[in-house]
Design a protein around this ligand. Structure first.
Ligand code: NAD
Ligand code: UFG
Length: 341
């Protein structure tokens, strides 16, 4: 262990083996932090941590365990000088949350409450939480700002909003506590090295992983969920953000919390929306292959357009996304190809 690593502030990263968590580990190491991972590998594998090790020259310590396991958390806080927690651990499938709501409330909400209790007992007072643009009410004006009306329409989104509320109440009761509630838009892309990326299990629910599987021949064709929205070409518009921009947003959030107490909400998006067909064309350009698609029905619960107002994050976090769509698609494709290699 180098002297710098030894002195680096230790940040507990729950869900650090997952897609966004693993990329954030790289940004944390680059920024001089020492990440310590807690993950139950329910949607990831230890291999992701090893990949981070290859990229960073040192493999973050990783504990296999569950955020709902209070004794595991107490043990971690006792053994490690944790100064802050970045809390990614959670289940994230909208469809699954409709079928199994109790699993989502248990894992995402009860798990977060247990984490907060353990943090309080250990005197750790800084938290960055993975929330989502899905907490906004359908029909809000775009670009959507942090003070827009809230109203998620599925158990996954409800679980995110509930945790936001739990954290807000905890901050009110404990004035030294500080929290960043980061509302992500649509993360995509991969680390530019091609050594780290998203590995969805089963059939992908999200657009870019699905397109990538069509490009690699795993699936025959993309189904475009509706082409009768009031958008540029009738297909759904979203704010896609490069996962490394998102990762860096977490480092900025940690910095911002040094000079603030209380709960603070920040959108992490680019402020620009792209349609499904624009995404298909951008991916085709990156991979040099045609992406077959058919147009199907609208997906229940989808809104036509969603993109972020980025002003608050820019002025308070001193952060904005810098990687464009071409880079997102190129890095995603490099990751697909390197996995096949
Ligand atoms: P992911 O599934 O790749 O990562 C989540 C990680 O948490 C996984 O490694 C999983 O094994 C772990 N985990 C789940 N439950 C756990 C538990 N009880 N104890 C310990 N570990 C547990 O997902 P991701 O895309 O990296 O998302 C990270 C966070 O960001 C999630 O909370 C998700 O809801 C949120 N989010 C994701 C998106 C997105 O589009 N990817 C958008 C908005 C918000
Ligand atoms: N889409 C298709 N076909 C597919 C998959 C998606 O046409 O096979 C379309 C959707 O209809 C939508 C767009 O592609 O218009 C993006 O869909 P995603 O499922 O990739 O993303 P969503 O915006 O629906 O939701 C994602 C995450 C949520 C998160 C939200 C906001 O899945 O968990 O972004 O951050 F809350």
């Amino acid at each position: 262990m180098t002297e710098q690593t030894h002195q680096a502030p230790c940040v507990l990263v729950t869900g650090g083996a997952g897609y966004i968590g693993s990329h954030t580990l790289v940004s944390l190491v680059e920024a001089g932090y020492r990440p310590l991972v807690l993950d139950n590998f329910s949607n990831s594998a230890r291999q992701a941590i090893e990949r981070v090790g290859v990229l960073c020259g040192e493999t973050p310590e990783c504990i296999e365990g569950d955020i709902r396991d209070r004794s595991c958390l107490d043990d971690i806080f006792q053994r490690h000088p944790v100064t802050a927690v970045i809390h990614f651990a959670g289940l994230k499938s909208v469809g699954e949350s409709v079928r199994e709501p109790l699993r989502y409330y248990d894992n995402n909400v009860a798990g977060s409450v247990t984490l907060l209790q353990a943090m309080q007992a250990a005197g750790v007072d800084t938290l960055v939480f993975s929330s989502s643009a899905t907490v906004y009410a359908p029909g809000v004006t775009m670009p959507v700002a942090e003070d827009a009306p809230l109203g998620p329409i599925n158990p996954y989104g409800q679980s995110k909003l509930m945790v936001e509320q739990v954290i807000r109440d905890h901050c009110l009761a404990h004035p030294t506590f500080r929290a960043a509630l980061l509302r992500y838009f649509n993360p995509t892309g991969a680390h530019p090295s091609g050594k780290l990326g998203e590995s969805p299990r089963g059939t992908p629910e999200n657009l870019v992983p699905y397109i990538a599987q069509v490009a690699t021949g795993v699936r025959d064709a993309l189904t475009v969920f509706g082409n009768d929205y009031d958008t540029v070409d009738g297909t759904g518009v979203r704010d896609y953000i490069h996962v490394m921009d998102l990762a860096e947003g977490h480092v900025h959030a940690l910095d911002a919390l040094r000079e603030r107490t209380g709960a603070h909400t920040w959108n992490l998006g680019t402020g620009t929306g792209y349609s499904v067909l624009e995404m298909v064309r951008a991916y085709e350009k990156a991979c040099g292959r045609e992406i077959a698609y058919t147009v199907g029905e609208r997906r229940p619960g989808d809104v036509g357009t969603c993109y972020a107002c980025t002003r608050k994050a820019a002025s308070e976090l001193h952060w904005q996304a810098s990687r464009d769509l071409e880079e997102m698609m190129r890095d995603n494709w490099r990751w697909q190809v390197s996995q096949d290699a």
